[in-house]
Write a protein that binds this ligand. Structure first.
Ligand SMILES: [Zn+2]
Length: 311
């Protein structure tokens, strides 16, 4: 059977899947990401591909990599968490496997997966907002992935939503991911519990001897704990403001909330949608873009990378 192989290269593991023309993953291989060298990462990707290629007729390989990928979709210019500087990843994996290789930023690949086969599949312009440790994402305009002049578009976590606000890992104050990521949610919850252990009692009880985690906040919020709901409301407010900003520039049909924090579902989506509709420009004269929760989960990157490799 003819497939494309999608590879998701993360900081700790490499996941590769044989994906058919309907976006279904037929087989999956996972290996730890070698920390030793960039060559070792390319070799491990090659091993994953060879394990899958034994059972299928492979058309091409798509790789989603956490980093800046050049416009030609062959080279990882820079990766914050891996030893890649101007890494010719497509050439290395192509030599190791004998197949054509396309490289894309991992968040762009996951966004493409949701656009083709997931929550945005019935729409033509979409912004996928991946809310996890940080905020990543991808932008699809009129059916095409927005890549930009250098191939670096879609780094939406670093739009400034709150000038002078929280310090971002990038150094700037008030970036979207500093205000509204899973990391921000945990920071807000811990601060709230420190300021008022009585109000934060439910989250503190769930945490026990350790510090409050995102899961504790979610569990407490699911049980209607007002303190935990307030933490969600704060990040949702910022998520809505960021979506309104992006809407003014891009005018998508739909925003798809993906990533670990989105697994809380309506706890995030309902207040984020309310904040978004409040901040949306010219809202009296336009239908508001939809706000949906992603449907492909962790497989979006594999499915999207495989599809991007398709001719
Ligand atoms: Zn930033």
């Amino acid at each position: 059977m003819r497939v494309n192989i999608g590879v998701d290269v993360g900081g700790t593991k490499i996941a590769a899947g044989a994906v058919d023309d309907n976006g279904e993953i037929l087989a999956l291989v996972r290996k730890p990401t070698p920390a030793s060298s960039s060559d070792a990462v390319a070799d491990t990707i090659g091993e994953c591909v060879k394990e899958l290629a034994g059972s299928y007729d492979v058309e091409a390989i798509g790789i989603g990599a956490a980093g800046f990928v050049d416009r030609e979709r062959t080279t990882v210019v820079f990766a914050p968490n891996l030893a890649w500087r101007n890494e010719p990843l497509a050439e290395k994996v192509s030599q190791a496997t004998g197949h054509r290789v396309v490289v894309e930023n991992d968040a762009n690949a996951a966004a493409w997966g949701e656009f083709k086969y997931g929550a945005a599949s019935e729409h033509s312009s979409a912004v996928v907002v991946t809310v996890g440790t940080g905020i990543g994402g991808g932008i699809i305009v009129d059916g095409a992935l927005l890549r930009g002049a250098g191939g670096f578009a879609g780094e939406i976590g670093h739009i400034v939503v709150n000038p002078g606000g929280q310090r971002c890992g990038c150094g700037v104050l008030g970036c979207w991911e500093a205000q509204a990521s899973g990391t921000a949610l945990v920071r807000i919850a811990r601060q709230l519990a420190a300021d008022s252990p009585v109000y934060g009692a439910r989250m503190l009880k769930l945490a026990g001897d350790r510090e409050i985690t995102g899961l504790d906040v979610t569990r407490a919020a699911q049980a209607d704990d007002p303190a935990a709901l307030e933490c969600f409301a704060e990040i949702a407010e910022w998520i809505g403001i960021g979506m309104a900003t992006l809407s003014a520039a891009i005018d998508p049909d739909v925003f798809v909330l993906a990533g670990g924090v989105s697994e809380s579902g309506d706890l995030l989506a309902v207040p984020a949608r309310a904040s978004f509709e409040k901040s949306l420009t010219a809202k009296e004269f336009r239908p508001a873009p939809l706000v949906k929760i992603a449907t492909l989960g962790n497989n979006a990157g594999i499915i999207g990378a495989a599809d991007l490799a398709r001719r």
